[in-house]
Design a binder for this molecule. Sequence first.
Ligand SMILES: [Zn+2]
Ligand SMILES: [Zn+2]
Length: 347
Amino acid sequence: MKAVMIHTFNVRPELLTVADPVPPDDGVVVQVGATGVCRSDWHGWVGHDPDITLPHVPGHELAGTVVATGRHIRRWKVGDRVTVPFVSGCGRCHECQAGHPQVCDRQFQPGFTHWGSFAEYVALHQAEQNLVALPDDLDFVTAASLGCRFATSFRAVVHQGRVRAGEWVAVHGCGGVGLSAIMIAKALGAGVVAVDIDVEKLDLARQLGADVVINSRVTPDVAGAVRDATDGGVHVSLDALGHPETCVNSIENLRTRGRHVQVGLLLADQRRPALPMDRVIARELELYGSHGMPAHAYPEMLAMIRRGALQPDRLLGQRVSLEQSIDVLVNMDRFLERGVTVIDRFA
Ligand SMILES: [Zn+2]
Ligand SMILES: [Zn+2]
């Protein structure tokens, strides 16, 4: 099969022909129909992710068709159209047993712990509990865009942030995660403040329903501006970028007893930002992490998509070939892409 291969961190990956994968006993092989290009892939390529061993194939936002199954697989068969959360739980540990495979102690992550989906085929381990069947009317490109950023935003807004109609939500960073969060928060009936440094991304945010947009490049006190626009602060705030500045702004723009959800990854030398814990105590703020979404939560999200309340296809950006994806990947840190870039040609 063709695959995008990383041989050395921070050196341009190559498109190579390698052996097709075989299904593990607890897994399946999926012919990739579409796969998203995500900032996490860039972090992996640069060498920020300790789970990755070289040589490596990135890619974790995939949808496709099952073409082979391992001997312990009962629920899935050849021909099934599926997607998979970017974290697949083991099904046996304490967290999996409690219904939280997204924070499993023995995670399988395609494109991180194992070779991923920047390839014609990908082997998925721990597949029995973790695959998600796709509705027939959901195309692979849209489905691929759900697996990481959209599902992560859904969990962050719906489950961790517990956003309710009539509340204010701030979204810091209007990339794939942030735009998804805006759409989801609006679908729940919340008012949304979108923050970014990029005028075009703020235009997209407004098209998706953001009530207030703030350009943080020209706004000296972002948190103050959000509080002013929302009568004292938002109920829920997301750092959808993952940067010390957006993280702190997201905490400081909350109203009393507000909820901050950290969605964007803070990596490398930005892992431990200085947080305003004085404010967290005095105002009884709540801080949450959000890490993907379990397969069992997908039906709720898919139902909202099927009835048109959520339209993830509106977040799609460019479609590229496997070969073109290399340029997109290595330039991901420049934030050039608008919406979600998806690979949909593999030959
Ligand atoms: Zn991703
Ligand atoms: Zn587990």
